[in-house]
Write a protein that binds this ligand. Structure first.
Ligand code: G
Ligand code: MN
Length: 277
């Protein structure tokens, strides 16, 4: 199957000069040529301004088409069955990088809904922790709210295994709070991520603000940390802090960066903590 820009090819929407095709062969070729890289975006403790960790975000550094974001190629890799290989690349690259950082710093990794079905996921994570001397407690595995829909019993089994082996679990892109209180408690999630669509609209939409407040209340009642993503302004950072959101991530603090720039950014940030005021 040929997928263009993350969507199944639709002739009526085909752009004449768009040559980039996300099919199995091109993804395979990109893997072989090390074109997938991990970028890192810092996560900040909103009350103190300290860096608590980084989220690893995959990028396809395409020689002709430039840097491609996950939304462009992850759906294709899910369809072609190559998502496991990409997750593997993200795990190994990310673990190798954070091995060099302060062991207090956490590392968040996105796990696609498809990868929860992968019977090698737990083993891959365990052996990479061993190989790179990483305490699994440093790792936050971000799942989406839909990860367990297809096969809830299997998803629960995998999440329980990961949790038992010491990994922390997080929920990514929480918009509507699809997870019930019982599910959150049972699965031992330790982090709930407030989606950037809510953060972007919180200033003028009371509906968004209410969703954020109820997510924070739910998380607080369970002792789960909240992290807001997509913070682009000082106002949003302060607003979220005032609502009791503990952690934040977004362009306001830093864009996702390659390894070299991440290390440089971290050094600069630690020299002069920039608190939202
Ligand atoms: O699916 P997930 O929530 O992991 O995706 C995070 C994505 O959001 C990344 O691709 C990252 O580049 C993007 N992102 C990170 N910070 C911001 C931000 O402040 N604003 C916007 N619009 N996007 C962001
Ligand atoms: Mn994420």
């Amino acid at each position: 199957m040929i997928i263009k820009n993350g969507n199944v090819a639709d002739l009526s929407h085909r752009r004449q000069n768009e040559e980039l095709i996300f099919d199995k062969a091109s993804i395979c070729n990109a893997i072989e040529n090390n074109q997938f890289a991990l970028y890192y975006q810092p996560q900040i403790d909103l009350p103190t301004g300290r860096v608590v960790g980084f989220e690893g975000l995959l990028r396809w550094q395409h020689p002709k088409h430039g840097i491609k974001l996950p939304e462009a190629f992850i759906p294709a890799a899910e369809q072609t069955g190559q998502i496991g290989q990409l997750t593997h690349i993200a795990i190994d690259t990310g673990f190798k990088f954070i091995e060099k950082l302060d062991p207090e710093l956490s590392f968040s990794l996105n796990i696609s809904d498809c990868s929860i079905k992968d019977k090698h996921l737990v083993d891959t994570l365990d052996s990479s922790c061993h190989a790179f001397h990483i305490d699994p407690h440093r790792i936050v595995l971000e799942f989406t709210e839909t990860a367990s829909l297809e096969n809830p019993a299997h998803a629960e089994d995998i999440l329980t295994q990961l949790n038992t082996n010491g990994f922390r679990l997080g929920i990514d892109d929480s918009v509507a709070g699809h997870y019930s209180l019982t599910q959150l408690e049972k699965m031992h999630f330790s982090e709930l991520k407030i989606d950037k669509s809510l953060v972007a609209t919180m200033e003028f939409s009371s509906k968004s603000r209410k969703s954020i407040i109820s997510t924070i209340e739910l998380a607080d009642s369970l002792g789960i940390a909240t992290i807001a993503e997509g913070i682009e302004s000082n106002l949003e950072a302060i607003g979220l802090r005032e609502l009791g959101c503990q952690l934040g991530q977004g362009y306001y603090f830093a864009k996702p960066m390659d390894e070299v720039n991440t290390l440089k950014w971290l050094e600069d940030w630690n020299k002069s903590l920039r608190l939202p005021t």
